[in-house]
Design a protein. Structure first.
Length: 343
């Protein structure tokens, strides 16, 4: 690609006149927004090591009472996007949320779609539009756009989960807003939607929401996903052990914006992920090992860590244990890339 004219080549008086009329010449900026052959990517490969974050999160529990936080969260901000922009990837926000025993995070609803991935602790539940959803290690709990949600913790130790939202996208679309609510009535039995959809290929026969873009099952228990991956390993000797979380009614991604999945690494295994256009985040549910992006310096990871990596890269994951499998939950922007025709 040949070089294009620069701003400096234009007479200052002309530039001033353009600015005065809210005009910008394209050609000096063209290559920056359309780089040759590969997009520029701000998302950095990094690991938010849980052992390092946890003391700071617990300190937030001492420093800031729930009334002053509403949601007590340390945001996993990718420095490549600017820390203050609270982006893990271009479209994904991530944060670690802490609730102490007896605390409640008050009812609200908002336009961004949210998923919680439970990291540690037990005895908490989230009520989503009247349905209490139990929160156990590795579970995915959905609060799709517009659904009321509040969190309760009745256990004895702290509970921590990873929030994953399409907030940066919603914000850029000038579509991000929230509404405060009053405490919810539990109008539905605990884990009702999980009960309805808990058997693969079986759905309730009365459902008037089949065409809705919001997945009707709210809780995806980790024990089920893990068991599926372990079972797959019995049948797949070499292939990648990977599943996608989908809307059980439609087979579509859980959200139009973010796709979720899980991976298992066999003992001692190194996998090379197929190159993808989308940036990705990885939460380690079990195990320890290393991640390398484009053959760069390997990042070590262990249980409860959360990593990010940019798209258009070769990513390898190695399981450091020769005897135990490792398990990861993934989130990426694949549904958006597919919709836009760039995946
Ligand atoms: C939110 O509603 C929660 O409900 C957590 O737990 C994190 C980050 C940004 C905007 C809304 C929650 C959030 C959030």
């Amino acid at each position: 690609m040949h070089a294009l004219g620069t701003l400096e080549e234009l007479p200052q008086a002309y530039r001033d006149e353009l600015t005065g009329q809210n005009l910008v010449p394209l050609w000096p900026n063209m290559r920056a927004v359309l780089p040759p052959n590969i997009p520029s990517r701000r998302t950095q490969a990094l690991n938010w090591n849980y052992d390092a974050v946890r003391p700071l999160l617990l300190q937030a529990g001492e420093l800031t009472p729930m009334e002053k936080a509403e949601r007590r969260v340390l945001v996993l901000a990718n420095p490549g996007h600017g820390l203050g922009n609270m982006q893990a990837t271009p479209s994904i926000y991530m944060g670690l949320q802490l609730i102490l025993p007896g605390e409640t995070a008050p009812n609200h609803r908002h336009t961004p779609n949210a998923v919680r991935i439970i990291v540690e602790g037990e005895g908490a539940y989230t009520t989503v539009d009247g349905e209490p959803c139990r929160m156990e290690r590795g579970d995915l709990i959905l609060t799709p756009a517009g659904k009321w949600h509040e969190h309760h913790h009745e256990g004895s130790g702290p509970i921590v989960w990873l929030d994953v939202l399409d907030l940066p996208l919603m914000y850029q679309l000038e579509g991000s807003w929230a509404m405060e609510g009053v405490p919810q009535q539990q109008t539905l039995p605990r884990d009702k939607s999980f009960a309805e959809y808990s058997a693969a290929g079986v759905v309730p026969s009365i459902n008037f929401q089949r065409t809705e873009t919001k997945a009707p099952m709210l809780r995806y228990p980790w024990v089920r996903t893990r068991a599926c991956l372990v079972e797959m390993a019995e049948h797949y000797r070499e292939d990648l052990l990977r599943i996608d979380y989908v809307n059980p009614e439609t087979g579509a991604s859980l959200f139009p914006s973010i796709g979720f999945g899980a991976l298992m690494l066999r003992p001692g295994e190194t996998i090379r992920l197929p190159r993808r256009t989308t940036a990705c985040i990885y939460h380690i549910v079990e195990g320890q090992g290393r991640m390398s992006v484009d053959g760069g310096e390997a990042l070590g990871w262990r249980e409860k860590d959360t990593l990010s990596a940019p798209g258009y890269t070769d990513i390898t994951f190695s399981n450091a244990s020769g005897s135990e499998p490792a398990f990861l939950i993934t989130a990426d922007e694949a549904p958006l890339h597919r919709y836009l025709g760039i995946f």
